[in-house]
Design a protein around this ligand. Structure first.
Ligand code: HEM
Length: 153
């Protein structure tokens, strides 16, 4: 595995771990284990923040990787990638709102929004892992260029 592939592998694992923790946290609240639900969901949020920090630092210092598969699949890949990115941004806003409602003890609204947050986060994680598989496992990755190089040459 090359240096370019190590960061995405770790950051993608963090999305998957975060989604698994959300599923466990959901199950825990159904079983009325409030404390365990709170701790598990906070751990899920930390995993999501770690993913985000790794992803943004990689974008700046290592770069983003272009599509390296067949040209015929590039458009579909790009649409899928944009869908995943938009979903991840929506999930972030929903996640912050769900946590805020919980800490304000507005549990009726938290419960309603929390269900949407969890489902959106599951789809984000599944599409994120799919992007990773398409970009690094199924096809050789294309050119990788850091934003910092694009800016400072
Ligand atoms: C982003 C993180 C979180 C998500 C995605 C989330 C998700 C959920 C979901 C889906 C439910 C409803 C379960 C159901 O009825 O099917 C729920 C309920 C609940 N959550 Fe969270 N949760 C999060 C964080 C927290 C935190 C940090 C706390 C504590 C401060 C908390 C406290 C509760 C409580 C007390 C309930 C039960 C509400 C009720 O019985 O009406 N949650 N949460």
């Amino acid at each position: 595995m090359t240096w370019y592939e190590i960061f995405p592998t770790i950051s993608t694992s963090f999305i998957a771990i975060s989604a698994i923790l959300v599923a466990i946290g959901w199950r825990l609240i159904i079983l009325k284990k409030r404390d365990a639900h709170e701790k598990t969901m906070i751990a899920a949020a930390i995993a999501a923040v770690l993913f985000f920090l790794m992803y943004t630092s990689r974008t700046v210092f290592v770069g983003n990787t272009n599509w390296g598969g067949p040209d015929s699949l590039e458009t579909i890949y790009r649409i899928f990638l944009i869908f995943h990115i938009v979903l991840a941004m929506v999930a972030a806003v929903f996640g912050i709102s769900t946590l805020t409602l919980a800490f304000k003890k507005n549990f009726a609204k938290h419960r309603k929004l929390g269900r949407w947050t969890a489902v959106i986060w599951f789809v984000t994680a599944i599409t994120g892992v799919t992007v990773y598989v398409l970009l690094y496992l199924m096809y050789p990755g294309g050119h990788t260029k850091p934003v910092i190089d694009a800016i400072f040459g």
